[in-house]
Design a binder for this molecule. Structure first.
Ligand SMILES: [Zn+2]
Length: 425
């Protein structure tokens, strides 16, 4: 490496899926200089610099690094989110989270959106400074919830809930706020603590004991105030919204990302389209809860509601996917039995349950997910000028999405122009 030039890396003999909608390029070349992509195209059409490190990809497929647009880096070991957070020291959660980030990277995820929790908010600093390997973490930190909201963990005594006053720091804490003024103040507090975006709970949920997914939470005025504070600081809002009324309120108020969207229908989908919101349905978590939730320690009321909603959720999202609403992949995995590293499950469910093609699922997991991460101009496609987050995979993910479910098939992971995993032979 020379002192005067940034590091140059060339991927050659590679099939390129750039996620822009263009046809894949066979026998292509990708030129990376420092953090950035400097050229992408067929061999001969791209100038290859001297003194570059060259990796022969053997005809394998390069994709933009995958993005999980809604997960939680919690360091949880079980699904018992009632007891485990209270009896486990916070440091243990951080240690497990270090391993979870490594597994995500190894599975080809170069960006993750953490939709609430203090672990991600702090651990991202260790990733950014280069102390530990991991995907780029875009973090909400403390979520905003109304009293008796999805984030007002109502199975706990109230004094364990609000991050500003709680007796113990736990992985997923909230800021409880009611009324426009308190909502503004909570949004400002979240920003003060380092939020990359603001996460709100706009409806009840499956994993909250005393409410239901269709309950509306926060008023439109409260949500507007939070959106206004986010915008003033150059950020956006991501809402947990499951019932129709909450989805409509959030989109109407200017929320950019709608997570879960269990009861989305034609009217709410059209509104989302009109406002250019991105829907992150997070099918994986409920799928997995139904699969392993009981043995993982998910409370009985959570299991019951998961069973109630799953099929209708799939049917609703499948219906609106045909209306051209933007769908991004996000798992809502928390770690433990909902294991980070298996996040490509959401792509598989997009194909199997929603009827998308593998190529459409890949675009949802890259270009559209980059929008949900607030990084549309930074990552998500393989184009000149974008940050070089690139994976190379064995097999053909463009026709068989299952390829991505096995991390061993991800043979090269480049993040910001640096090789972080290489098992290419
Ligand atoms: Zn979530």
């Amino acid at each position: 490496m020379s002192q005067t030039h940034p590091h140059r890396l060339v991927l050659e003999n590679v099939r390129i899926f750039d996620a822009t909608g263009r046809e894949p390029v066979g026998k292509g070349v990708i030129v990376i200089e420092g953090k950035y992509i400097r050229g992408v195209g067929s061999r001969g059409s791209i100038e290859v610099p001297d003194n570059a490190e060259v990796i022969d990809c053997g005809g394998r497929t390069a994709l933009p690094g995958l993005i999980d647009a809604h997960l939680h880096i919690t360091g949880m070991k079980t699904g018992d989110f009632v007891k485990e957070p209270l009896i486990t020291p916070i440091g243990v959660f951080f240690a497990r989270a270090v391993r979870d980030l490594q597994n995500l990277l190894s599975a080809g995820f170069t960006t993750v959106v953490d939709a609430g929790g203090v672990i991600a908010l702090h651990i991202k600093q260790a990733v950014e400074e280069g102390t530990i390997p991991g995907p780029r973490v875009v973090a909400a930190g403390y979520v905003l919830s109304q009293t008796f909201g999805h984030g007002d963990t109502h199975y706990l005594p109230v004094e364990y809930v609000d991050a500003r006053t709680a007796k113990k720091l736990t992985p997923m804490m909230s800021l409880i706020c009611d009324g426009v003024d308190e909502c503004r103040k909570a949004a400002r507090y979240a920003l003060r603590e380092g939020a990359d975006f603001i996460k709100i709970m706009a409806t009840g949920g499956v994993m909250s004991e005393k409410d239901r997914p269709e309950y509306r939470q926060f008023t439109v005025d409260e949500i507007r105030a939070i959106v206004d504070e986010a915008r003033a600081a150059g950020r956006f809002v991501h809402a947990h919204a499951q019932g129709k009324e909450g989805i409509m309120n959030a989109v109407e108020a200017g929320v950019k990302v709608i997570a879960h969207a269990i009861y989305i229908d034609e009217e709410s989908a059209e509104l989302a389209k009109e406002k250019d919101a991105v829907i992150v349905p997070t099918l994986s978590i409920v799928h997995k809860v139904l699969d392993v939730g009981a043995e993982a320690g998910i409370p009985e009321w959570g299991l019951r509601k998961a069973e109630e909603v799953y099929q209708e959720h799939v049917d609703n999202v499948r219906r609106v996917s045909r209306l051209g609403v933007k769908l991004a992949t996000g798992t809502d995995f928390i770690g433990g039995p909902f294991r980070h590293g298996e996040n490509a499950l959401e792509l598989k469910l997009f194909v199997e349950k929603l009827g998308l093609s593998p190529v459409e699922a890949l675009i949802s997991a890259t270009r559209i997910a980059s929008e949900a991460a607030g990084l549309k101009d930074v990552v998500g496609t393989l184009e000149e000028g974008k940050v070089a987050d690139i994976i190379v995979v064995d097999g053909d993910p463009l026709s068989n999405i299952d390829t991505l479910l096995n991390a061993e098939n991800v043979v090269l992971v480049v993040k910001e122009g640096r090789v972080l995993k290489q098992t290419l032979k």
